[in-house]
Design a protein around this ligand. Structure first.
Ligand code: S3P
Length: 169
């Protein structure tokens, strides 16, 4: 692999699952951006939001994007908000291909409803909130990505095959 494959998209669109699948299929290195941030800062994402606020977390996220962009080519599963800052998107575009995974708010809800480690959904775990946050980010995701892959109703294998086909072009 010559450059990174960045998987972006809303929470629950399958970035982590698809990253694992791509890793199995290609043997490429895999980087989980959220895990990278937690590891570097020795604190959970929930704690970062709670103790220091979202901006603090976003600053650490930008640090992570910069570090990862300069790292050897890997499959990178990004946090859902990794493209909220233009400077992050720019660094990602310069160092790889950006693949947007999409899913309907209903699918996302089914995938994340039992999770408690996503501060933006904690206390607001419902389809309406997911749909509204997703709508606010729709354009941002669409503008950031090189390609989009719909994940609803597909197996991880099918999605990974689609991504690999696209990435070879
Ligand atoms: C966020 C998504 C999360 C995590 C943080 C913020 C977001 O990652 O980075 O809770 O702003 O969408 P996942 O998309 O991996 O859940």
């Amino acid at each position: 692999m010559k450059q990174h494959i960045y998987l972006i998209g809303f929470m629950g669109t399958g970035k982590t699952t698809i990253s694992h699948k791509l890793q199995q299929l290609t043997q490429a290195e895999e980087i989980d951006m959220d895990a990278w941030i937690v590891g570097k800062n020795g604190m959970s994402i929930n704690d970062m939001f709670e103790k220091y606020g979202e901006t603090y977390f976003r600053d650490r996220e930008t640090d992570a994007v910069r570090e990862i962009a300069g790292y050897a080519p890997a499959i990178v599963s990004c946090g859902g908000g990794a493209v909220l800052r233009d400077e992050n998107t720019k660094m990602m575009k310069e160092s790889g291909r950006i693949v947007l995974l999409t899913a309907t708010p209903e699918t996302v809800y089914e995938r994340v409803k039992n999770s408690t480690d996503r501060p933006l959904l904690n206390g607001n775990m419902n389809v309406e909130h997911i749909a509204s946050l997703m709508e606010k980010r729709r354009e941002l995701y669409a503008n950031a990505c090189d390609v989009q892959v719909v994940t609803d109703g597909k197996t991880p294998q099918e999605i990974a095959d689609e991504i690999l086909k696209i990435s070879q072009n």
